[in-house]
Structure formats: C-alpha cells, structure tokens
Design a protein around this ligand. Structure first.
Ligand SMILES: NC(=O)c1ccc[n+]([C@@H]2O[C@H](COP(=O)([O-])OP(=O)(O)OC[C@H]3O[C@@H](n4cnc5c(N)ncnc54)[C@H](O)[C@@H]3O)[C@@H](O)[C@H]2O)c1
Length: 311
C-alpha cells in the first residue's frame, strides 16, 4: 500500500515508519518542529508543513492511506503555543480530512484522553463525554468532531483515543523518547537522582508501551479495507490502571537491581487541577474485538525493557 505518515520524524511516527517500510511504500511529511531525527532510510521524506494545504493535496491524492501524526503534541506545548496548536492540530487536520473525503482515502488519527477533561465515569470508553480542560484536549476534540462529519459515507477514519504512552526506541544509534513520567523517572534513576512523586501519589493512569501502540496502528493498517466509510473511535490503552507510587516503586526496584542509587520523594503537587482518581480504568473491549488487540507489555516488563535497552 502507498501510505503517507505525517509527523514521521516524531516519537510514534518514526517507530511506525521503521516497522512498516519493508511491507509498504511509505512517504513521510514533517516540518522538523519536534523532529527527533532528520531522515529514515528507505522513506521518501517531504520537509513540509502540514498546513500547506495545496502541497499536501497534491501528495495525498495518489495514496491508499494516511496516518496523521503531525501535531503540536502534549498539554504543556499546546498551552505555550495555543494559536499554533489550533492551526496545526485543528485546522490542518480538518483540511486533511477534507482531502481524504475528496479522494476517498482512509485515515488513521490519534486523539487523546485529554479530550475528556476530568473523567466522570469509569471505566472510560469511547462514548465518555468530552469536556476538555486544556487547549490540547480542545484541538483533538474539534478535530475528532470534524473527522466524524467528513468521513460519513466517504472514507474510513479510525481514531485512537490514546492513553499515556511510554517506552524508547532506537534509530541509527539514537535514542528516541518522550519526556513523559515513566521515561523521565528512568532517566532520573539512572543518573542517581530522586524520583519526585507528586502528592498524594495514589493518582492513577493507564500506561501503554510504544511497541503496543504502534502494533495497534499496524493492525488497523492491515485491516483497513474491512472498515466502513465512517469514523470509528477506539480507546488505545493497556486497560490497566497504575498508581504513581507503584510506578516509582517498580522503577526504584529495577534501578537498585542494576546498582543505580535513587530514592523516592513525595512532594507537594505543583499542578492545581490534576485528575487525582486512584483507579483510572479504561475499557478496551472495542479494540480487543475489532483488531484483537492485546498489549504485550505489562508495566513491569515495559519498565525492565527500557532499563535493558542497549544503544
Ligand atoms: N506520545 C503520546 O503519549 C501521545 C498520546 C496521545 C496522542 N498522541 C498523538 O499522537 C501523535 C504523534 O505523537 P508523538 O508523540 O509522536 O508526537 P511528536 O511531537 O513526537 O511528533 C509529532 C511530529 O509532528 C511534526 N510536526 C509538528 N508540527 C508540524 C507541522 N505543522 N507540519 C509537519 N509536521 C509537523 C513534528 O516535527 C514531530 O516530528 C500526535 O497527534 C499526538 O497528539 C501522542
């Protein structure tokens, strides 16, 4: 298949590119805004802004599938650049959905649990009400709504409502990672620094390993012709809730085993509106049913894998 991956030089896109390039003809778009590398062997790369509607249209019209990952990703980055986040995450995504509609090109797009705001019902499923509390969540929510409208009777749009992703990967000897809590704690432990858990420490999240995340993308790519011409959202998560205290303890124990000296410090929570629920349960039965999704990593094996990664 001819597949376009936007945001191909980022955390998820680069891993997806590596794992699909042998089987598919992959083209990538990235403007370098948050790129972690400058090229990927075997991939045709356009140094292009996703907001360049005309150029994107001329590239896209010849494709079998678009995986749209280019974004201003994360709550804090969007808060610092709200207009850019609106332009890239919302407007450019709506334009891309329009291109998909005009050319009947299937689309895969990640949204985020940030669309939900403070969850009002557990386990969280695809129908959970959207009430974003930040710009990032709004950009994803507005994109989701518009994709829903444009996809109707025109193209399959598979949207992953994604939980917290962790894990590292390596390209040409370079470590590719995001500074999210698990990755950050492992870095601190390896450098002999304390793991600072925000009080009360019982706050829980769902953490999904990058490899499991990317496998879900690949499974949807492989089944794309089985989906109807409409939008479909699936939660993409491990289905397991883990408290921050437990994350810190697992990392502390793994660090100790390897001779790294660290400790756990419970500190005053600097975030005044963090969701503090102690059981962040996500229902993953839809993705299990539709693509037979089953995470390979537990939180313990995922953390061990990061400690042992050689590069
Ligand atoms: N990583 C996570 O935990 C997570 C969780 C939920 C959803 N997502 C979503 O998954 C997608 C990919 O996430 P990621 O973690 O790989 O993000 P990332 O920031 O690592 O990668 C995004 C890529 O998009 C590129 N980009 C940004 N603006 C662009 C523009 N205007 N034109 C072209 N390229 C542009 C960046 O240079 C970067 O390489 C994003 O939509 C993100 O919101 C990620």
């Amino acid at each position: 298949m001819k597949i376009l991956i936007t945001g191909i030089l980022g955390y998820i896109g680069s891993r997806l590119a590596i794992l699909t390039r042998d089987k598919h003809e992959i083209t990538g778009i990235d403007n370098g805004y948050a790129a972690q590398i400058s090229k990927i062997d075997g991939i045709d790369l356009y140094n292009l802004d996703i907001r360049d509607h005309k150029k994107i249209e001329s590239i896209a019209s010849k494709l079998d599938l678009i995986v749209h990952l280019a974004a201003i990703s994360g709550v804090d980055t969007c808060k610092k650049n709200p207009l850019l986040a609106h332009d890239v995450n919302t407007l450019a995504t709506i334009n891309l959905a329009w291109i998909c509609r005009q050319n009947q090109i299937p689309l895969i797009f990640p949204t985020s649990m940030a669309m939900l705001g403070d969850p009002v019902k557990f386990p969280i499923d695809e129908k959970h009400p959207r009430k974003p509390k930040n710009i990032y969540g709004y950009t994803k929510y507005i994109a989701e709504q518009n994709i829903n409208l444009y996809a109707q009777n025109s193209f399959p749009a598979i949207m992953f409502m994604t939980s917290n992703i962790y894990g590292h990967h390596i390209i040409d000897g370079k470590l590719i990672l995001k500074n999210t809590v698990i990755n950050k704690f492992i870095g601190l432990a390896k450098n002999g620094k304390p793991l600072t858990v925000y009080s009360p420490g019982t706050q829980a999240r769902d953490f999904l390993h990058l490899e499991d995340t990317v496998r879900a993308y690949i499974d949807v790519i492989n089944k794309i012709n089985e989906f109807k011409n409409e939008a479909l959202t699936m939660t993409l998560a491990s289905g397991k809730s883990t408290q921050m205290n437990d994350i810190a303890e697992i990392i502390f124990n793994e660090a100790q085993k390897r001779g790294y000296k660290t400790k756990i410090n419970l500190i005053k929570n600097p975030r005044n509106n963090e969701t503090l629920t102690d059981n962040f349960k996500i229902n993953i039965s839809k993705i299990e049913e539709l693509i037979n999704f089953k995470p390979m990593f537990t939180i313990q094996s995922g953390i061990k894998e990061i400690f042992d990664l050689k590069y």
